[in-house]
Ligand binder design. Sequence first.
Ligand SMILES: C[S@@+](CC[C@H](N)C(=O)[O-])C[C@H]1O[C@@H](n2cnc3c(N)ncnc32)[C@H](O)[C@@H]1O
Length: 358
Amino acid sequence: MENEHEQSHFAMNAGDGPLSYLQNSSYQGGTLDVARLAIEEEIETKLEFSSEQTSICIADFGCSTGNNSFPAMHTIIEAIKRKHEFSYLKTLEFYVFFNDVAANDFNTLFRSLPPSRSYGVAAVPGDFHRRLLPPSSLHFAYASWSLHWLTEAPEAAADSGTPAWNGGEIVYTRERKEVCDAYLDQFGKDVVSFLKSRVVEMVDGGLIALLLPGAPAAWDPEKEYTMVSLVEPLRSSLVDMAMQGRVSEAKIDSFNIPYYFPTLRQLMEIIERNPSFTVEKIETINATGNYTFPSIHARIAFFRAAHEGMLAHHFGGEIIDDLFDQYEKKLGASPILKNVENDKTLVILAILKKNIRP
Ligand SMILES: C[S@@+](CC[C@H](N)C(=O)[O-])C[C@H]1O[C@@H](n2cnc3c(N)ncnc32)[C@H](O)[C@@H]1O
């Protein structure tokens, strides 16, 4: 096994308080409601495993504090149970491996496990781009709102000597093609690593369900926005703080957020680089699912729960409250961004099957 890469700054906000991921991730959780039927159908028609099987293992890669994971694990397990209701496999035992980075708040997850669950549990801390589980042990892999996180922002983006230098910006923007290409390249390498590890861990005939935020191939920036556009008011707030002498410009130049929102075509092309999997289904679904933000404040808390850790890690925790106050004002003042009707973010649902070797 390769050395563990500590990604402490990627962890979502811990605990169950007002700024926690647990309290501010209904948006992400809402997409499962839209994807549930397709996941159940794919389990019913495509999942295969040996008739010798007495236990089924499921892993959630990037589970965070578990609040969105538990309904997903319930959905998957109940669908497998229904499929085998009348077969000799009906006494199957279920085990769920909850994976996230080592700094994730697994305590909150274990404290809030559903008391009536019908499965055994274990935490598997570590980078999901690497091997984490024993060979041929996994029947179902699930990753929701996690695979768009990169192992790291492209190195070139922080290197002023390269054409992909992203000085002054803090994430890829469509105006800088070289930077976009460098992010896409990193995303491709990371998804390839994720799948390479799962090929070893999964049983033949097992399924992977991926739910990740993506972008349409085109949208009108004069009227619309996607998830990555929400970074602009953050950049602008940091620049204001640099003018007040509260952060250095060099710190902004060396900061690039490590995520990428692919188009469906980009993701498809990357998945197809791994011939051990067949794409059973790939489609876009409504990004908000069954959830709409009740206020701008709720949107800020959603954004903060996912970004605070890495911002505090890079710029220092003392600026965070003021930074998000400023961010809220800027988002509220943007005629395009303040209206969620303009959000063209989409979520990609991809279901892959590990090919059965002859
Ligand atoms: C936005 S949260 C999604 C949580 C949950 N799956 C959901 O649907 O709400 C993304 C999670 O992925 C985790 N993550 C990101 N990169 C990771 C990696 N390389 N290895 C393991 N977990 C990772 C983060 O720590 C975070 O908890």
